[in-house]
Ligand binder design. Structure first.
Ligand code: ADP
Ligand code: MG
Length: 420
């Protein structure tokens, strides 16, 4: 009985080593970046290796003196999700560590892990097209095969109770089931977050469209009037030139509004790049001015310097700021203003967006960012959630101060990009 307890404990500890790096990864890295980015890939590989090394450092010891561990679980998962690029690192670290530790059943192990390295990554593309259930089935099947292969020498020994081998394989399959579902849940959460941001953007664009068409209508009406005048009266050449110049500049304005709006709705696959906060804020103000005009709100800006560089994804950064400015405009009933200012310290750039709107109570501030919390008739209640998500992904911070009936001030800070 004591023996069983010891083995079970060691097996559970091994199980923990598989789950632990996954949680670590989820907590500290995944939210900071996109799932498919290079640095995330490297960290994921590192976590796979870490998991293997931990498993190998605390093996399960059987009465006959054999050591086993659950390293095959992270190895197979790494090969299935990451292909050869991950598997080769895991393979090499197993070999190296195995060599450093020494051990008797080394040949069986090398054979089994070499088989995994050669065959399992081949399944990668098929695997990624499968349903969650199919994936769990495949990974569990693979670990069942590799576990059985590893156990073959033990099965052949006369004095080792098969019970331990069965227990080992059982826990191996169970551990794989758990790990696969964990990885899948983790990936689904990230995918969902991206989809929410996309969906929010679509609704943002449709909400802005009324003000954009309103704003484009004005210059078009003006141009139409000008053409009519030019047609009806016989102006001197000088006057004609002047009027067509006016018409041209009105059309330019309409074009600019439209192109700003269109570039907002574009959705390219994005990567992190160096952004100039001042440039982006100018863009945001351009896009939001029609909306502000429609609600008779003025937008003022005050930039302490000509440029601040931070690192992030352009479209998301814009979306984040637009959401904040839009909330500011919407908080104002009647006349009012939204002020946007920037300043910086040695390491950080600050953006401050304040409005003279209805303000919020402390309780309302605390509810900001919870999905579907909205006090507006046509509100979606996901604008602030997206804001928090994007700021978090850029390693930024947000602080909100608000006073009922006075207004609200959002202060956001980002680490300055020092590579410029
Ligand atoms: P929505 O704007 O669609 O309602 P948000 O997530 O953008 O959703 O905002 C959630 C809620 O937070 C708003 O309904 C509003 O009550 C409150 N809020 C956000 N920004 C401000 C602000 N600047 N002033 C007052 N209330 C605000
Ligand atoms: Mg909003």
């Amino acid at each position: 009985m004591y023996q069983l307890n010891g083995v079970t404990k060691e097996l559970l500890l091994n199980l923990f080593f598989i789950i632990f790096p996954l949680f670590l990864y989820q907590m500290f890295w995944v939210d900071k970046d996109r799932i498919y980015s290079k640095s995330n890939f490297r960290v994921a590989t590192l976590m796979g290796v870490l998991s293997i090394l931990l498993c190998m450092s605390f093996p399960i010891t059987f009465s006959s003196g054999f050591h086993f561990d659950l390293r095959q679980i992270p190895f197979i998962l790494g090969s299935l999700y990451g292909g050869y690029r991950v598997a080769i690192w895991q393979y090499l670290s197993i070999l190296l560590f195995r060599y450093l530790l020494g051990g008797d059943e080394i040949y069986v192990n090398v054979l089994v892990i070499s088989l995994i390295l050669l065959l399992v990554p081949l399944l990668k593309s098929k695997y990624s097209g499968m349903t969650m259930r199919g994936r769990a089935f495949i990974s569990m099947g693979l670990v069942l095969i590799s576990g059985t292969l590893t156990m073959l020498p033990i099965f052949m020994l006369p004095d080792t109770p098969d019970f331990f081998s069965m227990q080992f394989i059982g826990i191996q399959v169970f551990g794989m089931w758990l790990a696969t579902y964990l990885v899948e849940t983790l990936r689904n959460n990230i995918k969902m977050r991206d989809e929410i941001i996309k969906a929010e953007k679509t609704s943002l664009i449709s909400q802005l469209s009324a003000s954009i068409s309103h704003e484009v209508k004005n210059p078009l009406t003006a141009v139409r009037g000008l053409i009519q005048i030019l047609d009806e009266f016989d102006f001197p050449e000088e006057k004609k030139k002047e009027l067509s110049k006016v018409a041209m500049s009105e059309l330019d304005r309409a074009l600019m509004i439209l192109s700003d709006y269109l570039s907002l709705s574009k959705d390219p696959i994005e990567n992190k790049e160096t952004l100039d906060i001042v440039d982006e804020l100018k863009y945001v103000i351009d896009v939001m001015t029609p909306y502000a005009n429609m609600q008779s709100v003025e937008i003022h800006m005050n930039f302490q310097a000509n440029s601040y560089y931070v690192s992030g994804e352009r479209q998301k950064f814009r979306q984040c700021l637009i959401n904040i400015v839009k909330n500011g405009i919407e908080a104002i009933s009647g006349k009012g203003e939204v002020r946007i200012s920037t300043f910086h310290s040695e390491n950080q750039a600050f953006i401050r967006v304040s409005d003279t709107g209805c303000g919020m109570t402390l309780e309302q501030i605390q509810r900001l960012g919870t999905p579907y919390y909205s006090t507006k008739e046509k509100g979606t209640g996901i604008g602030m959630m997206v804001v928090y998500n994007i700021i978090n992904s850029m390693n930024g911070q947000i602080e909100i101060r608000s006073e009922k009936e006075k207004g609200t001030c959002f202060s956001i800070s980002f680490p300055l990009d020092k590579n410029i």
